[in-house]
Write a protein that binds this ligand. Structure first.
Ligand code: SF4
Length: 203
C-alpha cells in the first residue's frame, strides 16, 4: 500500500489536498485526527519540508502551527523571508504518536511509512516547482536527499539536487524547543535563521 493509489487524476493543489484527506496509504491515518497537508501559495519561491505533523498540527489540521511552527516563523522573519512566499509541508501527512497518560508523544516515522507517503510530497514539489527547497530535520533530509545524507555534515550547505535550483538541509525547528537552556535555544535560533538566509540569498 502507498499513497500513490489515492492521488487524484487532476493534479492541482486543491485536488491533491482533498484527496489526501481520504488517504489510507499506510496505517497512520487510523489514530491521527486528520491529514495535515502542505500550506502556502502555488507561486511560493521557497518550499520547506519537515518530518511530520505534531500534536497541535494534528488537532488543527495545519502544518507548523505549534511550538516548532512559532520557531519557524521567527527564523523566517529573522532571515527576511515573507511567509507568503513560502510553502510549508511535511514528508508524512499523519501524526504518529504514542500515548503516555494524557500526552501524545511524537514517534519518528519508519522508512516504510515515509515511502508510503512520498507520492504526496513528490506531487507537491512538481506542482510548486520552488526555486529553493529546504529540508528541516534528518527525516526530511534522508527522504529527499538519500538515506546516506548526513545532516550534521552538510547542514546549511547549498546542495546539488534535481529537487530545485537551490537546495539545502537544516535542523527541524523542534530541535530549538528541545534545547535545555535559553542560551542553547538562542544559538540554534541564529543558526536556523542563517541557513534560511543562505537559501533566500541564493534563490
Ligand atoms: S501517513 Fe501518508 S500514506 Fe499514510 S495514511 Fe497518512 S497520508 Fe496516507
Amino acid at each position: 500500500m502507498s499513497a500513490a493509489e489515492f492521488l487524484p487524476q487532476r493534479k492541482s493543489l486543491s485536488a491533491l489536498r482533498e484527496a489526501a484527506d481520504g488517504c489510507r496509504g499506510c496505517h497512520l491515518y487510523q489514530h491521527a485526527t486528520q491529514t495535515v497537508f502542505g500550506e502556502g501559495p502555488k507561486s511560493a519561491r521557497i518550499m520547506l519540508v519537515g518530518e511530520m505533523a505534531g500534536d497541535r498540527e494534528d488537532r488543527e489540521g495545519r502544518p507548523f502551527v505549534g511550538p516548532a511552527g512559532r520557531e519557524l516563523d521567527r527564523a523566517l522573519e529573522a532571515a527576511g523571508i515573507d511567509r507568503g512566499d513560502v510553502y510549508v509541508t511535511n514528508v508524512v501527512k499523519h501524526f504518529k504518536f504514542e500515548e503516555r497518560g494524557k500526552r501524545r508523544i511524537h514517534q519518528t516515522p519508519r522508512k516504510g511509512e515515509v515511502d508510503a507517503c512520498m507520492p504526496w510530497l513528490d506531487t507537491e514539489i512538481k506542482l510548486i516547482r520552488p526555486r529553493g527547497l529546504v529540508t528541516l530535520g534528518a527525516t526530511a533530509a534522508k527522504a529527499l536527499l538519500g538515506s546516506s545524507f548526513r545532516l550534521t555534515q552538510h547542514r546549511g550547505e547549498l546542495l546539488e539536487s534535481d529537487l530545485a535550483p537551490v537546495v539545502a538541509a537544516t535542523i527541524h525547528p523542534s530541535a530549538i524547543v528541545r534545547q535545555r537552556d535559553s542560551e542553547a535555544r538562542e544559538a540554534e535560533r541564529l543558526a536556523l535563521a542563517d541557513d534560511l538566509r543562505t537559501v533566500m540569498e541564493a534563490v
